[in-house]
Design a protein around this ligand. Structure first.
Ligand SMILES: Nc1nc2c(ncn2[C@@H]2O[C@H](COP(=O)(O)OP(=O)(O)OP(=O)(O)O)[C@@H](O)[C@H]2O)c(=O)[nH]1
Ligand SMILES: [Mg+2]
Length: 294
């Protein structure tokens, strides 16, 4: 199936475009930069053509705690994809970070790369001023507004035009299990261990995972999805919108699952919050395995 990766600096609207394309608010969107960290996969259908689309974290030339992890995840996505959407924003304009992304993408000569300028609600103004984008070296820019759906259809027309028509066998009927628990108990580490790859970002910083990350795999010829989720802290400790959205997505992951893996950290005492999270599993009335880690 056609695979498309969305790549760009932080805050240009990659996740907004991703959500619009798959018609679901799967990825967390917020006005602070650096929201997405892991790779998020979605299934899209356009003009009866199926595709997989991959949202990725923002790339920057400056150093910060997750820079290397994010870049590694972005490069996994690029390698896997047939088509790259190189997203920039007319609102924030072009700066060193866009050139940083451009330089990275120049290494991938065998990929079809579309330069896409987002946040162009003022469509005519953007068309009239598109010259500046040619300097990035990816030819004609596609002018869109992900938030308002301007130009997004034309872009998708172009991207899927040579893809094969959809077949019903593309449905994903996997057995789904989610891992839930407090921050830092080791949920993402277990996902990577099961999958034998660095599928999700692991770090000693609590609340590293934000989006719920669906990871598909095959075992004994059966399809499974393991869903990594954000750690759930006490309500009073939640610091911002991103964490609030992350917890809502973890709760949504529970509802989508056939099995819950409730993870507890044995290196710390059993906390009231473990009990509260256990209560979520109990209330969902879904088979649950309690895993005591560390
Ligand atoms: N005006 C305008 N704002 C947009 C558009 N698309 C996204 N935004 C806003 O831009 C901000 C960032 O959007 P995201 O989709 O989270 O951006 P991102 O590129 O995924 O950001 P990171 O994951 O942090 O790299 C949010 O406040 C969005 O609402 C658009 O077409 N027009
Ligand atoms: Mg994002």
């Amino acid at each position: 199936m056609l695979k498309i990766a969305i790549v760009g600096k932080p805050n240009v609207g990659k996740s907004t475009f991703f959500n619009r394309t798959i018609e679901s608010k799967k990825a967390i969107v917020d006005d602070q930069p650096g929201v997405t960290r892991d790779r998020i996969y979605g299934h899209g259908l356009w003009l009866n053509r199926d595709f997989v689309i991959i949202d990725t974290g923002g790339l920057t030339s400056t150093n910060f705690s997750f820079k290397e992890n994010i870049q590694m995840q972005v490069e996994y996505a690029i390698n896997e994809a047939d088509i790259i959407i190189f997203m920039v924003s007319c609102k924030e304009g072009i700066n060193v970070d866009d050139y940083y992304v451009a330089k990275l993408l120049k290494k991938y000569k065998n990929k079809r790369i579309y330069l896409v300028v987002n946040k162009c609600e003022n469509y005519q103004y953007a068309i009239d001023n598109q010259k500046q984008y040619y300097g990035l070296g990816f030819g004609k820019p596609y002018i869109i507004s992900s938030e308002h759906g301007i130009g997004t259809g034309d872009l998708l027309d172009e991207i899927v035009k040579n893809a094969p028509p959809s077949t019903s066998s593309n449905k994903n009927d996997s057995y789904k299990m989610c891992i839930i628990g407090r921050p830092n108990v080791g949920k993402s580490t277990l996902v990577n261990t099961i999958l034998h790859q660095e599928r999700v970002i692991v770090s000693p910083i609590a609340n590293t995972t934000r989006d719920s990350i669906d990871c598909d795999f095959k075992y004994n010829n059966e399809l499974y999805t393991i869903i990594d989720t954000a750690g759930i802290r006490r309500k009073g400790k939640i610091i911002d919108n991103v964490e609030k959205y992350a917890v809502l997505r973890a709760q949504n992951a529970i509802e989508r699952s056939n099995l819950i893996i409730l993870m507890i950290d044995a290196s710390e005492e059993f906390k009231e919050q473990d009990e509260i999270i256990g209560g979520l599993a109990y209330a969902a009335n879904i088979p649950t395995i309690i895993v005591v880690n560390k």
